[in-house]
Write a protein that binds this ligand. Structure first.
Ligand SMILES: Cc1cc2nc3c(=O)[nH]c(=O)nc-3n(C[C@H](O)[C@H](O)[C@H](O)COP(=O)(O)OP(=O)(O)OC[C@H]3O[C@@H](n4cnc5c(N)ncnc54)[C@H](O)[C@@H]3O)c2cc1C
Length: 485
């Protein structure tokens, strides 16, 4: 017994020694100006589920410095948890123990090569997404990746999570918007795949392996992004639908006629608008009386005839009673305020406090069955629970969040949390969906991945992780880990 305790203590002392040697060595061989004590900025994440246990944050200024840090991390077997904007929703940016360091890319924030001809932009990983928007806007280009966290999240984090957001329907997700990538591997070696090519079949597609790997296979340091010409005109319209089927029919009609111009088709439940009022985020001016669901669409185009045709199509849907309560964002300010209503919903959810939140995708044809089946099963557990279902419906992606009755705290419902999660994940699986559409796996959904992923696919992920990061220093515990395998 005593021997075991002594051995355990010796192991801890060795870990501590390695850890402080690692920090000391970074100071000596890289630079002590890149190490600071962890500050409140890095301590938590938007959902408040995880607390960062790192003692230090390392802020390299170049790819070379990232490489030096990882070489040392491998030598001393120290966990390295990449941090870009810290807005991730599955806890991947949060160090799980005091022997892991936070590695922030914030000092690698240069916008580099812009090319009008290639329609591309090279950036370092720590550039804030909104700064990219502002930069390319001045050049009359568009970088279509966008989401409510755009003022804080960085391109490194966007790529590491293969972020989706509001332009996926037309332009695709982060993966589709990245032409080239530079990545530092666990042993410090650098993969330089900084290219502007739209076609490159020279061997395995490593770029797309690192995108979405949440820092578990390498650290993204630079990227070449794909730009698009900015459409000169935009229509933003908000309307109500009596039921989900009407939302689906309006989507089919609008996408059939305007597919190439349709940039967003966002579904908002009536509960979502009530939540905005409950949290006093906006006083909704939307007439809600006839609608269980609402839809926000955006079309972007250059030819003004599209605008006429779009209003005509919406008018037809209105006359057939498929849509109602139409609000047109016909000024920049009005369009902005319609979008704000949609983008404020995650914050309203956060203020109310979900018992459990889900980011799922489903084939469109199965979405209604999923919603109906899940609502019935949730109400069987407790008929007063509230569900706020909203999201990027056109992408087949819903955010399905379950809340306590008004005035009650989510902490009073912890005992039903896992049952609710099981309902959502099982229904998702049986209807050919995914339990993680755009937020990733992080620390939050590691067990779900093991449970719901195809075993063959999971095994290859595990083999890749072992081969590329044999000492498990890269974001330990994220996506696949020793504990779940
Ligand atoms: C209000 C709100 C709205 C959101 N809306 C959306 C949405 O519509 N769509 C969507 O997809 N997401 C959304 N998110 C989630 C989040 O903003 C995205 O996941 C975003 O891409 C994360 O970027 P970040 O820079 O904050 O990354 P972080 O949170 O810092 O990191 C996210 C993950 O990537 C890893 N990582 C970070 N940088 C690197 C790097 N350089 N190399 C390797 N790994 C790295 C981290 O370790 C972590 O695992 C939203 C979040 C909030 C708070």
């Amino acid at each position: 017994m005593i021997e075991e305790a002594v051995l355990r203590r010796a192991k801890i002392l060795k870990k501590e020694e390695d850890y402080f040697n690692f920090i000391r060595n970074i100071g000596q061989t890289v630079s002590d100006t890149i190490i600071s004590d962890i500050s409140p900025l890095y301590l938590s994440e938007p959902r408040g589920v995880y607390q960062n246990k790192s003692l230090y944050v390392i802020k390299p200024r170049s790819t070379k410095e990232v490489s030096e840090c990882l070489k040392l991390a491998t030598k001393y077997k120290i966990g390295v948890v990449p941090w870009s904007g810290g807005t991730g929703l599955v806890g991947g940016q949060i160090a799980p123990d005091k022997y892991s360091v936070t590695l922030s890319l914030e000092k690698m924030n240069k916008i580099k090569n812009f090319s009008t001809i290639n329609q591309s932009l090279e950036v370092e990983a720590g550039v804030i997404l909104e700064s990219i928007h502002e930069f390319v806007h001045k050049k009359n280009f568009l970088f279509p990746l966008s989401m409510a966290s755009k003022g804080s999240c960085c391109i490194g984090g966007n790529l590491a999570t293969n972020a989706g957001g509001i332009g996926v329907l037309r332009y695709g997700n982060a993966r589709d918007l990245c032409l080239g990538l530079e990545v530092v591997l666990a042993d410090g070696s650098i993969i330089n795949d900084i290219k502007t090519l739209k076609k490159d079949n020279a061997g395995y597609d490593l770029k797309n392996l690192f995108i979405g790997s949440e820092g578990s296979l390498g650290i993204i340091t630079r990227a070449v992004l794909r730009l698009y010409p900015t459409p000169t005109n935009k229509i933003v319209v908000f309307f109500g639908v009596p039921d989900f089927n009407a939302a689906l029919n309006s989507y089919l009609e609008i996408s059939k006629r305007f597919g190439q111009f349709l940039q967003a088709f966002e579904l908002i439940s009536d509960e979502g608008l009530l939540f905005l009022e409950e949290t006093k985020m906006v006083r909704s001016t939307i007439e809600r009386s006839k609608s269980d669901w609402h839809v926000l669409i955006e079309l972007g185009f250059n030819n003004s005839s599209v605008e006429e045709e779009a209003y005509e199509a919406l008018n037809n849907l209105y006359n057939k009673n498929i849509i109602s309560n139409v609000v047109v964002g016909d000024t920049v300010a009005k369009a902005r305020s319609l979008w704000k209503m949609r983008e404020d919903i995650p914050e309203a959810n956060r203020k109310i406090g979900a018992i459990t939140s889900h980011d799922i995708s489903l084939p469109l044809e199965n979405m209604e069955s999923f919603i109906n089946k899940s609502l019935i099963e949730i109400k069987q557990i407790n008929k007063s629970l509230r569900v706020n279902c909203f999201g990027h419906m056109g992408d087949g992606n819903l955010h399905f969040n379950i809340f306590p009755p008004q005035g009650e705290k989510n902490t009073s419902y912890l005992e039903i949390k896992s049952k609710l999660t099981e309902i959502i994940n099982n229904n998702c699986k049986s209807l050919e969906g995914s339990f993680s559409a755009e937020h990733g796996v992080g620390r939050l959904k590691v067990k779900d991945l093991k449970q719901y992923c195809d075993p063959g696919k999971f095994n290859v992920m595990w083999q890749l992780k072992k081969a590329m990061d044999p000492f498990a220093i890269l974001n330990p515990g994220v996506i696949v880990s020793q504990d779940t395998n």
